[in-house]
Design a protein around this ligand. Structure first.
Ligand code: ADP
Ligand code: MG
Length: 250
């Protein structure tokens, strides 16, 4: 079997007496969408924050592409190809959609851009940005300031920015939040295609989306993973139904 892209091993994180992450271990395999579900306050965002580096675990290790990254900063992890989490937006509101993506392309500093003179650089960045905006369906909105985009469009732009950084794995914290049915449908199709580029650790509340997308699901309750399995295994797991899914699963 292939090596995991990302391995969380016995992670622990407490806030005072609250064990927000209580001995969590999981893997993200090449090409998969591993969904993390659980009730509000279960510790999903806390876990993602430890993976992205915004929070330091109290114990345990995080291995990314064979390297221990547990003590690295957000920026160091991003440079190694760890995708950002999407609950914190880093879009610059007054910049156009295109310029936000151009900034990300430049931040990546890919070899394609390194030797270009300024005029050529700008042209290459515009072309690169527009190609990415095209992929997420925002090409027609390229010159609109991100502050003036709809909520759903901003989520798509955040994904465009993440794509520009060409990560080796994506961390998505509730990317469907606040999107209408149509937006969710589009995003489901998009993420299904995206996983062939890099595997996705997906925190998501929309169960229909999770069941449609996930290769594996882990269920987090009170900081602990109570089950990991395929969609079918999770849907029919009595502990999961009791702890979380309730009647929703029928
Ligand atoms: P989820 O994303 O699953 O809804 P969170 O990870 O946001 O859950 O929160 C898990 C628990 O940790 C909650 O009880 C929350 O109130 C608590 N928590 C999260 N962040 C902090 C923090 N910075 N300080 C104190 N408590 C926190
Ligand atoms: Mg959360």
């Amino acid at each position: 079997m292939a090596d995991p892209v990302l391995t969380l091993s016995h992670l622990k994180k407490s806030f005072g007496a609250l064990k927000a992450t209580d001995d969590v271990s999981l893997t993200l395999m090449p090409g998969e969408i591993h969904a993390l579900i659980g009730p509000n306050g279960a510790g999903k965002s806390t876990l993602i924050a430890q993976v992205s580096g915004r929070l330091m675990p109290d114990a345990g290790t995080i291995t990314f592409r064979g390297r221990d990254i547990t003590r690295l900063s957000v920026a160091q992890r991003a440079r190694l190809g760890l995708g950002r989490s999407f609950q914190i937006s880093s879009l610059i509101p007054e910049y156009s959609a295109r310029r936000n993506v151009m900034l990300a392309l430049q931040a990546r500093g890919g070899s394609a851009f390194r030797f270009l003179r300024p005029v050529m650089l700008d042209r290459a960045l515009v072309q690169g940005a527009d190609a990415i905006l095209d992929r997420v369906g925002l090409r027609g909105r390229a010159s609109v300031p991100s502050a003036e985009l709809s909520h759903g469009e901003r989520r798509l732009l955040e994904i465009a920015v993440a794509l520009a950084l060409e990560p080796a794995c994506f961390l998505l914290d509730e990317p469907m939040a606040g999107m209408g049915t149509e937006g969710v449908g589009m995003l489901v199709d998009f993420l299904r295609a995206l996983k062939s580029e890099a595997p996705i650790l997906l925190v998501e509340h929309d169960m229909d989306a999770v069941f449609a997308l996930a290769d594996r699901i882990s269920v987090l309750v009170y900081g602990q993973i109570i089950a990991t399995g395929s969609v079918e295994e999770i849907r029919t797991d009595p502990r999961v139904r009791e702890a979380y899914l309730g009647e929703e699963a029928t």
